[in-house]
Design a protein around this ligand. Structure first.
Ligand code: AP5
Ligand code: ZN
Length: 216
């Protein structure tokens, strides 16, 4: 099964992606996670990506397209994958369509998670992440058992470098201008499913699983 997850920053893409990928036995590919991994390890890609990410801007398309092109060739993507945060604009979507066409593959679902703007800002403001294992928490809706400490690995939680208010507002604007047009792009292909992402995590997940089942 090949799935793309669309949604604004803070919509819960990463949270849902982990659950959907696990339930459907497919790898979760997050371009944002790939960039953050490279930033942490101070690679050349990380140094380049950081300049854009901290400002809330998109990393250049050619760089991002190449990463996804290489990643989906890997053995673990043989039976499908879930893309979280890619494609992010029409240019990336067209590149990705060509890539799939060359391989004679098709997308099964594009899940579009909708969340109200005031909720998005609250979610991003309260997000904490584990720099060691990548787990995501929220200080109100999904706090760790011990404040500030990752349940999974015991590392000290941090605030993501692009979760400051200036970057958040910029990311929301980039979403409106560049990513939102993908809703129409995929609607026209009849593979878009709208999801109400305002509800609690488990309810959103259950509705995704049910809607995917109905549209198989
Ligand atoms: P990326 O990592 O993709 O970030 P984003 O799109 O800004 O999305 P977020 O990770 O902020 O939000 P999310 O929807 O995953 O929400 P989450 O599940 O964490 O991209 C980061 C940057 O990398 C970009 O700005 C860009 O620079 C670059 N980049 C990435 N992909 C690129 C591409 N294709 N091209 C170019 N550049 C690219 O949830 C948020 C919070 O809410 C958490 O605290 C969570 O616990 C909580 N929460 C989640 N769901 C719920 C719920 N249902 N109820 C209550 N709380 C919830
Ligand atoms: Zn951890």
């Amino acid at each position: 099964m090949r799935i793309v997850l669309l949604g604004s920053p803070g919509a819960g893409k990463g949270t849902q992606a982990s659950m959907i990928a696990e339930a459907n036995h497919i790898p979760h590919i997050s371009t944002g996670d790939i960039f953050r991994y490279n930033i942490k390890n101070e690679t050349e890609l990380g140094k380049l990506a950081k300049q854009y990410i901290d400002k809330g801007l998109l990393v250049p398309d050619d760089v991002t397209n190449k990463i996804v092109q290489d990643r989906i060739q890997k053995e673990d993507c043989k039976n499908g994958f879930l893309l979280d945060g890619y494609p992010r604009n029409v240019y990336q979507a067209e590149f990705f369509d060509n890539l799939l066409e060359e391989k004679n593959l098709k997308l099964d679902f594009v899940l579009n998670i909708n969340v109200d703007k005031d909720i998005l800002i609250n979610r991003l403001g309260g997000r904490r992440i584990c720099p060691n294992c990548g787990a995501t928490y929220h200080i109100v809706t999904d706090p760790p058992k011990i404040e500030g400490i990752c349940d999974k690995c015991g590392a000290k939680l941090i605030i993501r470098s692009d979760d400051n208010i200036d970057s958040v507002l910029k990311r929301l604007k980039v979403y409106e201008d560049e990513t939102k047009p993908l809703i129409e792009y995929y609607s026209k292909k009849n593979i878009l499913i709208d999801i109400d992402g305002n509800k609690p995590v488990n309810e959103v997940f259950e509705s995704i699983q049910a809607l995917m089942g109905d549209n198989k």
